[in-house]
Structure formats: structure tokens, C-alpha cells
Design a protein around this ligand. Structure first.
Ligand code: TA6
Length: 282
């Protein structure tokens, strides 16, 4: 079942409940702020207790869709503008144990002040025992353009110090906490300090939360060449007004992306899909 709501700050959001899960998605950014399968006792997606719900302000936590650029761009907002705009819900189907919602953001005079190209961007959420997020860019113009992008998922963990990621052994990464140094990772990936790593990785990862014995399997589309792993740690959490000082203790971002080398060039009429798939073992 899908129900539509308007928040006190006049933002539109949808609540989803079926036999397998509950979820919430805001129209701004087609931004998922909650998804929890009924077979797991704890949240899967982390949302900041200090998240700001105001039109035009990106929501801290959930699943920001970073598009048409990832990261900083001089004079522009971080991670693109798609997460700051209201999208349109164009399709919704409900079944007993899965709901599917499709949102669209189309180029307009306003988006053209931020980037010049014609596009149609769709986000499809398949919400059930598992979660699929599919972000498709269509070039509706007459010349090709290039984008970088990410599905910037914030995962909830009970205790970050007892959390690690499997699946990154032997992978190269750019260490954004160390002057963009190129490094190779060995073994499991722990969280004992600030982490901001852009991995060259197309593979499936496992997020292990030892304190509750939970494993979250994070897969993605094959042509996502980068996976970002982020935890802001102590000082950066303190510096973010929309994050509690101890927010870093219960979150980890694993992001499916096309960033840097993996930037995508899209020809007229071409469609390019980036997807992330999430499953929780209990
Ligand atoms: O993906 C990691 C990152 O790019 C970090 O560098 C950090 O700034 C984060 O995203 C959050 O960005 P935001 O613009 O949402 O504050």
C-alpha cells in the first residue's frame, strides 16, 4: 500500500507498507529516507536525527541521488542538483509483498541554468524483502553529454567500531582523507578512523555488523565502476549541522557510482542505468 502525505514543512512524501517491508520516499530528490524489511529488527537505512526537511536542502541520510555530478563543483552545490529538486511520481504499483514507484525529473529552464543539457532522469524503487534502486539517465537532446553520479546510500549500523566490509581486498582506491593518494586495500575494510575512499570496484560487497550479527549484501549494476565508502568520523560529524556529534557511530555509506574515470558519456537518445541492490540476511 502506498499513501501520500505532506509534512509540516510542506514537503510531499510517500509511505509504503506491504507484507515484506515499510519505506518512506520524499518527492524532493526522489529521496528514500527509510526502508526496513519486516524480517529485520533494526533499521537498514540511516537517517540523521538532525536532518533538515526544508525545500531545497538536501536530506542528511537515506539515499541521496547524486546527479549530474558527484562531489564538489566550483560555484555549484555538492553532488549535483537532483537531490534538491522535486521530482514527479509517474507510476506506482502495489503487490502483496512488493511495491514499485517510478519518479522522473526532466530538464527545464531552471535545470538549464545549472547544466545545459536536455535529459530525462528516472528513479525506480522496488521495495520488498529486498530493495532495488535504479537510476536511468536518458539524453533527450541533440548532443552528447557527460555525467558523474552516485546512489549515496547511508546504512544503519549498531556500532561502527564492530562493523566492516568484505569484498574490497586487492582493490585500488583514491584516499580522499590522504590528499587523493592512490592506494591498494588489503583484507577487510574496518572503520577505526575517518574513511572517504573511491574504490575501483564493480563487485558485490558485504557489510558486516558484528555487534548484532547482521550481514547486508550490497550489489550493483555491472557498469558502475566505482564504489565509495564514507564515514565522516568525529570532527567532520561535529562540523555538520544536520548530523549529531555522535552520528558517525551508527552509519556507513556504501555508494554505487560512476565517478572520475568511470564518468559516463551519453549520446542523444541513449539511456544509461545505474542500480544498487540491497538484501539483509536477518
Ligand atoms: O561520498 C562521500 C562524500 O562525497 C564526502 O566527501 C562527504 O562530503 C559526503 O559525500 C556528503 O556530502 P554532502 O554534500 O551530502 O554533505
Amino acid at each position: 500500500m502506498i499513501s501520500k502525505h505532506i509534512s509540516a514543512s510542506k514537503q510531499t512524501f510517500f509511505q509504503i507498507e506491504n507484507k515484506a517491508c515499510t519505506a518512506t520516499i520524499y518527492l524532493q530528490g526522489a529521496h528514500l529516507t527509510h526502508w526496513q524489511p519486516k524480517h529485520t529488527a533494526l533499521p537498514v537505512i540511516w537517517l540523521s536525527d538532525n536532518a533538515i526537511f526544508e525545500q531545497g536542502t538536501a536530506i542528511r541520510g537515506g539515499i541521496p541521488l547524486c546527479w549530474p555530478w558527484f562531489g564538489d563543483k566550483e560555484g555549484d552545490t555538492t553532488h549535483g542538483f537532483a537531490r534538491n529538486f522535486d521530482w514527479e511520481l509517474i507510476d506506482a504499483t502495489s503487490n502483496e509483498d512488493i511495491d514499485e514507484l517510478k519518479f522522473v525529473l526532466k530538464s527545464s529552464e531552471t535545470t538549464k541554468t545549472l547544466c545545459p543539457f536536455d535529459f530525462e532522469l528516472t528513479a525506480v524503487y522496488k521495495l520488498g524483502k529486498e530493495l532495488a534502486i535504479e537510476l536511468t539517465t536518458e539524453n533527450t537532446g541533440e548532443s552528447s553529454f557527460e555525467i558523474t553520479q552516485a546512489i549515496h546510500t547511508y546504512f544503519y549500523v549498531q556500532d561502527v567500531l564492530k562493523t566492516y566490509i568484505d569484498g574490497l581486498d586487492g582493490r585500488q582506491y583514491i584516499d580522499k582523507t590522504d590528499h587523493l593518494a592512490m592506494k591498494t586495500h588489503h583484507g577487510r575494510f574496518d572503520f577505526k578512523k575517518e574513511q572517504n575512499a573511491i574504490f575501483s570496484s564493480q563487485g558485490v560487497l558485504e557489510l558486516i555488523d558484528e555487534s548484532v550479527g547482521r550481514k547486508i549484501v550490497v550489489d550493483k549494476s555491472a557498469d558502475s565502476y566505482e564504489t565509495v565508502v564514507w564515514n565522516p568520523w568525529i570532527e567532520r560529524s561535529k562540523n555538520m549541522i544536520d548530523m549529531p556529534d555522535d552520528g558517525y557511530k551508527t552509519m556507513v555509506c556504501i555508494e554505487a557510482g560512476n565517478i572520475g574515470k568511470g564518468a559516463v558519456n551519453i549520446l542523444p537518445n541513449q539511456k544509461v542505468k545505474l542500480a544498487q541492490y540491497i538484501a539483509v540476511n536477518h
